[in-house]
Design a protein around this ligand. Structure first.
Ligand code: PLP
Length: 412
């Protein structure tokens, strides 16, 4: 047997600047513990626990049978573009031509391509915290500078017009909005969006990337659907890139299909990069996504109701635990929990909890509960738990969290 050669490989600077997604890392840890035979209540998962609707699967099988197994245009099949156009018009009230639509391997890839297509070294991207874990790393990977702007509990963890105004500089290229937000579920109202749009209107060099991947999953008591910035701000519409996809609304995370709509300039640049990277997303996933977007929408309504019942139960149970304060989400399927009261408490093994990472490790060790530390989302001391899991797991898991918290000795 010959020895494997020692690699001369050194990652590029852009790779050295970024980290493994904390949610992927948490999922790997959960898999490892489960493989060792431990029972784990897994609240790390960022994807629906539903199966993809049958009519969507059928559409994919039919596409294969018809031989739709070849490259498609970079900006997707006509069928998919039409389905996106109609869905976007129905939900956002804005109609985009073909030159205003990009498709990609998930909303995630399109956000990456948007940064890649626009950022030069030193360009700034305003990222309100708590943020989805990937934004700062995607900015860094594309030579940009993330400018993390903390939000406040009293503002519902949303970016305000004043905070935005003071964060904008000459180097600001993008502001990132995420409504509803991962990890807080915070959803911007029409008035909040209008106030933000006014600030953006005053700064003509600034673009807005609005990530609306959870827009369909807003609870009935918060309006049933997120209001879209492009809808309320026609005056700056040519500077808004709206990202969405089928992953969360239709339980299609594995199909890897997202889309973006916006002005022809940025969309053209994204499509050019796409043409030199993946050429196009999978033709079969495109057929499935077209069916999801243009078909019967009752699946989405049903999923929303189920998530809402879980949200209500999870909020109620976490709220009852002394030391934990849940942020009540308006949408998406995450509960962001303030655990600052646990900092300084001592575990039965004698360790003092100093950070939210310590809290998360204690919950994993003592309760077999997997959650993700707030520091991954730029906000501590918090943790995020996904409730895209059945009610039994939610109830038993939160009961286990309660016991692990009760076992802590208060700080002196
Ligand atoms: N944006 C947010 C806020 C997310 O939470 C996710 C997935 O977790 C995505 C975008 C990416 O979704 P996808 O690439 O599956 O379309």
């Amino acid at each position: 047997m010959t020895e494997a050669p020692v690699s001369a490989f050194t990652p590029a600077a852009r790779v050295r600047r970024i980290r493994v997604s904390p949610s992927s890392a948490a999922a790997a840890r959960v898999r490892e513990l489960k493989a060792q035979g431990r029972r784990i209540f897994d609240f790390t998962v960022g994807e629906p626990d539903f199966d993809t609707p049958q009519d969507v699967k059928d559409a994919a099988v039919a596409a294969i049978a018809r031989g739709e197994t070849k490259y498609t245009p970079v900006n997707g099949t006509k069928e998919l573009r039409d389905a996106i156009r109609d869905r976007v018009e129905a939900t956002m009230g804005v109609r985009y031509g073909d030159e205003g639509i990009s498709v990609g391997g998930g909303g995630k890839q399109l956000i990456y391509l948007a940064f890649s297509a626009s950022l030069d070294e030193g360009d700034e991207v305003i990222v309100p915290a708590p943020y989805w874990v990937s934004y700062p790393d995607m900015v860094l990977a594309n030579d940009g500078t993330p400018v993390v702007v903390p939000t406040r509990a009293e503002d519902g963890y949303k970016l305000t017009a004043e905070t935005l105004r003071s964060a904008i500089t000459e180097r600001t290229k993008w502001v990132v909005l995420n409504t509803p937000s991962n990890p807080t579920g915070a959803t911007y109202s029409r008035a909040e969006l209008e106030a933000i749009a006014e600030v953006v209107a005053e700064a003509p060099h600034v673009l807005v990337l609005t990530d609306e991947i959870y827009a369909d999953l807003v609870y009935s008591d918060a309006g049933g659907r997120a209001t879209s910035l492009a809808e309320v701000a026609p005056g700056i519409r040519d500077r808004i890139l709206t990202v969405n996809g089928v992953s969360k609304s239709y339980a299609m995370t594995g199909w890897r299909l997202g889309y973006a709509v916006g002005a022809p300039g940025i969309i053209g640049a994204i499509n050019l990069l796409q043409s030199q990277t993946s050429s196009c997303p999978s033709s079969i996933s495109q057929a499935a996504a077209a069916a999801a977007l243009s078909g019967d929408q009752s699946f989405v309504a049903h999923a929303r109701e189920v998530y809402q019942a879980r949200r209500d139960r999870a909020v109620e149970l976490v709220d009852a635990i002394d030391g934990l304060v849940p942020v009540r989400p308006d949408g998406a399927f995450y509960l962001f929990v303030d655990c600052s009261a646990l900092i300084g408490r001592t575990t039965p093994e004698g360790a003092v909890l100093e950070t939210d990472q310590d809290v998360v490790l204690h919950l994993l060790d003592a309760a077999g509960v997997a959650v993700i530390q707030g520091s991954a989302y730029g906000t501590s001391p918090f943790f995020r738990m996904s409730f895209a899991t059945d009610l039994d797991t939610i109830e038993q898991g939160i009961a286990a969290i309660g016991e692990a918290v009760a076992a802590l000795t208060p700080a002196q």
